[in-house]
Design a protein around this ligand. Structure first.
Ligand SMILES: C[S@@+](CC[C@H](N)C(=O)[O-])C[C@H]1O[C@@H](n2cnc3c(N)ncnc32)[C@H](O)[C@@H]1O
Length: 361
């Protein structure tokens, strides 16, 4: 006997509106790819400095091929991002658009964020496969991960690390000025460590990451800046064996990526001195998906999770926490690791992250 499933009658207007939305989504996704290309090649930066120019002039200023630039400009013209004068054959990036698309915009440069989509898409076929067969994706599947991540976090840290973020920890700038021991877990390309080491020469900094590429980039920057107080170690932070070693430990956007996040938080608690502080910067939002409906960039963040953060953890036989583990889970896990006191702060230049100031109590 077959059971008939009663379908609700279809709302034709709702269906048409949704189809329109999907058409818009395909166009918007295409615009994101165009913006990623423009950002990587510095085309927006060049255009912001020219008040209307031909494709030849833009190509020459950017040092790239005119035929490609002309096709890119065509896409951005129909997308309404650049203005085109068909008679003069010129293209102009209005300053109101440049404010969201150029490096001069710092943390407000959304073209930089657009690079994340093609970076994530590198793993798309492996993720499709993992839906069927389980397992995960290795970090090495993402050829541009460290470059994109470094540029993204540097934009926030250049603008805010020393002046806004570190002062979230009571007394921190004074202690750093006097000279303390600091570790950054999952330091990636190490820019945050190098910024802190440059600003606080009396303190000593170590960055840990298990990626040789990231550690190489971090050491190269420290050497270029001539920093005697910054060092970087190739290290799986889940098995780091340090006790009572640090006055300040930072973890920028890395705990949710961990294969064993609980173990890493316990390692951090053990490595911290009794009066030390752990500053964990991690993606904001709720652990309940229903609470995140309507949150800006929520679809993007769950996409980062599905295509990168969750599968890299699962690929190491990890728990696959995911980008959107949320504040409730974060607070529970920090408590389980031994952090008796946790204050959650936010900053304007980094609305996607929560800043957890944690002490052992
Ligand atoms: C999302 S990136 C963040 C990098 C950097 N903190 C930033 O904000 O630019 C996460 C980093 O954690 C590192 N990582 C993940 N699991 C790790 C582990 N168990 N030990 C050491 N590093 C780890 C990755 O290699 C990657 O560089």
């Amino acid at each position: 006997m077959t059971t008939q499933v009663q379908q609700r009658p279809m709302d034709e207007r709702r269906a048409a509106a949704f189809a329109d939305r999907m058409v818009g989504a395909v166009d918007a996704a295409s615009l994101v790819l165009q913006c990623s290309i423009g950002d990587q090649l510095g085309l927006f930066d060049v255009m912001a400095g020219l008040d209307g120019a031909t494709s030849e002039q833009i190509a020459q200023a950017a040092g790239v091929r005119e035929r490609y630039v002309r096709e890119w400009l065509a896409a951005l013209t129909v997308a309404g991002v650049v203005e085109h004068d068909a008679t003069a054959r010129t293209y102009r990036l209005p300053p109101e658009h440049a404010a969201s698309l150029t490096r001069a915009a710092g943390p407000d440069d959304l073209a930089r964020l657009c690079q994340c989509i093609p970076m994530l898409a590198e793993a798309e076929q492996l993720v499709v496969q993992a839906f069927r067969s389980g397992g995960g994706v290795p970090y090495t599947a993402f050829s541009r991960f460290h470059a994109v991540m470094a540029e993204d976090s540097a934009a926030v840290n250049d603008a805010s690390l020393v002046g806004t973020i570190l002062p979230l920890v009571p007394g921190c700038p004074d202690r750093l000025t006097a000279g303390i021991e600091v570790a950054d877990f999952g330091c990636g390309s190490g820019h945050a460590v190098n910024l802190m080491a440059r600003a606080f020469p009396a303190s000593r900094f170590v960055g840990y990451d298990f990626s040789p590429e990231a550690i190489g980039r971090a050491r190269a920057e420290a050497a270029a800046w001539g920093l005697p107080n910054a060092r970087f170690e190739l290290q799986d932070v889940a098995v780091l064996d340090r006790v009572d070693a640090f006055d300040l430990i930072t973890a920028f956007d890395t705990v949710h990526d961990q294969a064993q996040p609980g173990q890493v938080l316990a390692t951090i608690a053990r490595a911290l001195r009794p009066d030390g502080v752990f500053l964990m910067v991690d993606v904001t939002g709720s652990s309940e998906v229903a609470d995140n409906v309507g949150m800006p960039l929520a679809t993007f963040l769950y996409t980062c999770s599905l295509l990168h953060c969750m599968p890299v953890s699962l690929g190491l036989d990890g728990v696959g926490l995911g980008t959107m583990w949320g504040r409730q889970t974060a607070l529970r896990m920090l408590g389980e690791a031994g952090f008796a006191d946790v204050e959650v702060r936010e900053i304007e230049t980094d609305p996607q992250n929560a800043y957890y100031v944690c002490t052992l109590g």
